[in-house]
Design a protein around this ligand. Structure first.
Ligand code: NAD
Length: 430
């Protein structure tokens, strides 16, 4: 199939989970730019609902990415929203089959797979755009623009932090499917903060990171930290559940948080799902009904990363969990000023030392006029930019190409090695 010049780009969804469907929803608001023409997913419920929603014919529905590449290419691109450890094994045959790919982060769960994908993309000449959605969030895009135009001079230090909420860490990284690394999954740093490490490399565009050190451990979400009298499942045998901030009843029934993760196993019930079904599931079998101190999690719950760049710039990133109010923060200090902000406030300040007698500094507040959403407005802006890159071949539309995204991931893999071996790790040459 020749690449299309006119009309919408045709896409196949590989891994019809929450992320892919969110990106694919762009086709509903921009039918002239994107059309979903196929789906591959081992989950028949998801294939069926995706086929209905995007009007996909049965002959274009597949069980896996491996089945999809057995037939001649019938679309321009693939939206790959499989789980972390499936990204590279599914992406390589798709690149070989001639598809360009919008690929979820983290790109891979280890450095070897990352470099293998990089080599395959170069050899096949295919384009891979990574879903580093924060690069497209107006908050970070505006800060990057200020850095690029030299507003604060040459960056000397960068401090970023992600403060993960208590209910987010509990659902995804303690009870949920990103809670273990020994089964080949991502570390907490790579799953949660590969975005932030990527932003550090973006702010220092053109200068490579050189050395990395990191500390982190699992200090709180372990059985010895359980409050006295805590049971094993919140709705089954826990006498202190009503006073516990991690109560599954409170998070998933009363506050209705994180539904797509928590009720995934009950998706087959469709709209007929009842509160009784949910209570029974949480009480009896759901991993999300477990006491947070009595789960099978092995990943860290807090971590700090320090990076030295080749020009001497030093950066640090703090990953903190259990926060009442979640947020992402950034502070960049340059030779001629500083930028500081919190993404969730949708504003940042630019300060400069003031040479006037009696004046300490000037401060400009930048307020962004965007809707508040999960990734600061980045999700669908990413899709729009990626489609332009796929269509024109011009990577300037999409800053999160595979080539641009590699260094942030290399920092993350080096940090996790350092955390375990206690040594300073060098970033490999490419
Ligand atoms: N960009 C972001 O900010 C962001 C945010 C959250 C999650 N993510 C990432 O998005 C990815 C998907 O997350 P999700 O919550 O949508 O997961 P999900 O479990 O809802 O979806 C993954 C889907 O892949 C399917 N699948 C598994 N093996 C497959 C194969 N061989 N071929 C085709 N399909 C296959 C599964 O059946 C499932 O439906 C993960 O890598 C996650 O880390 C990214």
């Amino acid at each position: 199939m020749a690449k299309r010049q006119d009309g919408p780009l045709k896409a196949v969804i590989v891994g019809a989970g929450h992320r892919s469907i969110l990106y694919a929803s762009y086709s509903e608001t921009h039918p002239g730019e994107l059309q979903i023409v196929g789906v591959a997913d081992p989950d028949p419920v998801r294939v069926a609902s995706t086929a209905v929603r995007f009007n996909i014919p049965p002959e274009n529905c597949y069980e896996t990415a491996a089945d999809l590449v057995k037939v001649p290419r019938f679309a321009d691109i693939v939206i790959n929203g499989t789980m972390d450890s499936d990204h590279v094994p599914t992406a390589i045959p798709l690149l070989e089959a001639g598809y360009d790919i919008l690929l979820e982060k983290p790109i891979s769960t280890n450095q070897e797979d990352l470099l293998l994908l990089w080599e395959t993309a170069q050899r096949t000449g295919r384009k891979v755009v990574i879903c580093h959605v924060l690069r497209y969030a107006p908050f970070y895009a505006a800060i990057h623009e200020r850095v690029e135009r030299g507003d604060i001079g040459k960056i000397l230090t960068m401090s970023t932090a992600e403060y993960v909420s208590y209910h987010h860490i509990a659902v995804v990284y303690v009870r949920g499917k990103w809670n273990r690394v020994d089964t080949g999954g991502s570390t907490l740093l790579m799953a949660k903060c590969c975005h932030d490490l990527d932003l550090l490399t973006w702010m220092k565009e053109g200068v490579r990171p050189a050395k990395v050190a990191s500390f982190g451990n699992r200090m709180y979400f372990r059985s010895e930290c359980a409050p006295e009298g805590a049971g094993t499942r919140c709705l089954l045998d826990c006498p202190i559940e009503r006073d516990c901030v991690y109560s599954a009843r409170k998070h998933y029934l009363e506050m209705d948080l994180w539904g797509p993760y928590v009720w995934h196993d009950l998706e087959y019930l469709g709209d007929s799902i009842t509160c009784t079904d949910k209570k029974k599931y949480l009480r009896e079998t759901s991993p999300y009904g477990r006491c947070v101190w009595r789960c099978d999690n092995d990943i860290v719950d807090h971590q700090v990363v320090v990076v030295e760049f080749e020009d001497g710039t030093i950066a640090s990133h703090v990953l903190s969990s259990g926060n009442a109010r979640p947020c992402r923060q950034i502070k960049l200090v340059g030779t001629n000023g500083e930028i500081e902000g919190t993404m969730e406030n949708l504003s940042f300040v630019v300060r400069h030392p003031d040479p006037r007698p009696g004046h300490e500094y000037t401060e400009e507040k930048v307020v962004l006029d965007v809707e508040r959403d999960f990734h600061g407005g980045g999700d669908l802006r990413l899709v729009a930019a990626a489609l332009k890159t796929f269509r024109t071949g011009d990577p300037s539309h999409s800053t999160s190409s595979l080539a641009n995204s590699i260094d942030g991931h290399l920092i993350g893999f080096a940090a996790d090695r350092s955390r375990v071996n206690g040594k300073i790790e060098a970033i490999p040459e490419l």
